[in-house]
Design a protein around this ligand. Structure first.
Ligand SMILES: [Zn+2]
Length: 344
């Protein structure tokens, strides 16, 4: 028989599948990831450490790390053309070979550019990313991600499938020649296999979809909200970045980790309090606002508002009405209103 967690996973999957089909609620804005016309700006973060920042609010960012012997690239972007833009950006800085390419998750916007990298480049991803890529055809993956580019797969017509060949489970350390790069898996977050690339000497981290850019909140797209919270706490225990290059959005400082933890904790508690009142959640979420303490950048306000409604709705379907687990919370049991304020 299914245990509760399995049932939750199945319901989450069905919920997400519905959202990606025709029944998407009017308040949900798909992330705008169209790479047409996107230019990547090279931003030096530290010696040998470079972010490649997209010039639109949410199209994919990338980056690369240069050691004495070799280069590591983070994410391959959405199309062959974007992958080539990354390769050209590396060539402007160094002639060293791109030895490694890391895919931070299994979504097309992070892996479709893989095929333009040299054959000698070793592509690395978390084992669950590779599992997903193997189990789902390229066509199916194009359809899943097409919602972020207006619904058509035409943009990816030239994409040739190239899968990572090297996997890791929890942590992997690579040496590029006097330059250490670490790959981490902290647990499920936005997706089942969100990977983080960390450069200890720069205290810089690439976080893919696990942490979006400055002034964002998380999006619990396909995973259990309480698991996402656990993964973020694990992140905080293991690494302490001062610079975060998100897969989407602006560069931020390390404080965003605490913000994500606080926000996910809030969503869990808020959805528990709603569940106790047994309200009609689909109607209720339409009226929700992001609590003002979670500051949102102006150019992603509408997108984040949709993520917030999704998170609360998703969490509501996952939480139990029994006693909350976080017994040490100071405002435990207090009623929280739709703007996140405690009701006296
Ligand atoms: Zn992404």
């Amino acid at each position: 028989m299914f245990n509760l967690k399995t049932l939750c996973l199945i319901s989450t999957f069905l919920f997400c599948s519905t959202f990606y089909a025709n029944a998407r609620p009017e308040w949900f804005v798909p992330p705008p990831l169209d790479p047409s016309g996107v230019e990547l700006e090279t931003v030096k973060l530290h010696d040998g450490v470079f972010a490649l920042m997209s010039n639109t609010p949410f199209a994919d960012n990338s980056g690369f790390v240069v050691g004495d012997d070799a280069v590591l690239v983070v994410d391959a972007h959405f199309t062959g053309n974007m992958g080539k833009q990354i390769i050209d950006a590396v060539k402007k800085i160094t002639d060293l070979p791109i030895k490694y390419l890391v895919n931070l998750n299994a979504f097309g916007d992070h892996v479709f550019g893989n095929y333009v990298f040299p054959e000698s480049t070793e592509i690395i991803a978390h084992e669950k990313t590779i599992d997903f890529l193997k189990k789902n055809s390229l066509q199916k993956r194009k359809e899943i991600i097409s919602v972020t580019v207006g619904g058509s797969t035409e943009l990816f017509r030239d994409v040739v499938d190239r899968l990572p060949t090297e996997s890791f489970k929890k942590k992997k350390k690579l040496n590029l020649g006097n330059k250490i790069v670490e790959l981490y898996y902290f647990g499920p977050g936005m997706s089942p296999s969100d990977t983080v690339v960390y450069v200890p000497d720069a205290r810089a981290a690439w976080t893919g979809n696990l942490i979006f850019g400055k002034g964002s909140i998380p999006w619990a797209r396909s995973e259990i909200v309480s698991d996402y919270l656990k993964s973020m706490k694990n992140f905080q225990r293991k690494i302490d970045p001062k610079i975060i290059v998100a897969g989407h959005g602006k560069i931020s400082d390390g404080d965003i980790v605490e913000k994500y933890i606080s926000y996910l904790d809030y969503v869990l508690e808020f959805s528990r309090s709603l569940k106790k009142e047994n309200i009609s959640i689909e109607e209720y979420v339409k009226t929700l606002n992001i609590p003002p303490e979670y500051l949102i950048e102006d150019d992603i306000k509408e997108l984040m508002a949709g993520f917030h409604k999704w998170n609360v709705l998703n969490s509501y379907k996952q939480v139990k009405t029994s006693a909350p687990q976080l017994k040490d919370r100071k405002n435990l049991g207090q009623k929280v209103d739709r703007d996140g304020k405690v009701v006296k």
